[in-house]
Design a protein around this ligand. Structure first.
Ligand code: AMP
Length: 183
């Protein structure tokens, strides 16, 4: 990867099990350990808080991008390596995209899903070729994988587009994919 920063999309909530925050912490530590910076939504709550806490605790770089209007609601963090406060959600997503060399998706809700599908559809349209990795825990994303496979089997998605998404179940596997020499 040319840039050493990875965008992580994830929930502003913690979900109903500690396993989600644990996975986020593992990812944060693994990214920092590999010298990969974090780009995220700058929130201090939920999974966003967990992943950024772990990156900063491990001495890594955390870059947050948040619209002014969400700063209080998502407990925006000021203790980051870089904080970008922007005007709109569109600016947030564009800047997160620009700053990052890859996208990793942790468990989350509607916001996370929207962000995932946007980068996936941009890749489908050929607007970028950055890796898109879904980090699953205990099958959280299996319904999503099934939906993608169903769209493929039903003739609505090309096999090449289905291959744009890689699903793994450990933070170490994410880092291995991101640091593998180009084939
Ligand atoms: P959620 O997965 O719903 O907890 O949301 C995770 C993050 O996605 C939060 O920081 C939301 O502000 C953000 N988000 C929600 N909707 C959008 C959207 N349309 N575009 C970009 N980010 C969003």
């Amino acid at each position: 990867m040319t840039s050493r920063r990875v965008c992580v999309f994830c929930g502003a909530s913690s979900g109903n099990s500690e396993k989600y925050s644990r996975l986020a912490s593992e990812l944060g530590a693994a990214l920092a350990g590999a010298g990969l910076g974090l780009v995220f939504g700058a929130g201090g709550v939920g999974i966003m808080g967990a992943v950024s806490n772990a990156v900063l605790a491990a001495g890594g770089e955390a870059v947050g991008v948040i619209p002014q209007a969400l700063f209080d609601r998502e407990a925006g963090r000021r203790d980051l390596t870089e904080l970008h406060v922007v005007a709109t959600m569109h600016e947030r997503k564009a800047l997160m995209h620009e700053l990052s060399a890859a996208f990793v998706v942790l468990p989350g809700g509607l916001g996370t899903m929207e962000e995932f599908f946007e980068v996936l559809t941009w890749a489908q349209l050929g607007f970028h070729d950055k890796p898109i990795i879904v980090l699953d825990v205990d099958g959280f994303y299996q319904p999503l994988v099934e939906l993608l496979d169903h769209a493929l089997a039903s003739g609505f998605m090309a096999p090449a587009d289905r291959r744009l998404v890689t699903v793994v179940d450990t933070a170490d596997a994410v880092v291995e994919l991101l640091t593998a020499p180009p084939s």
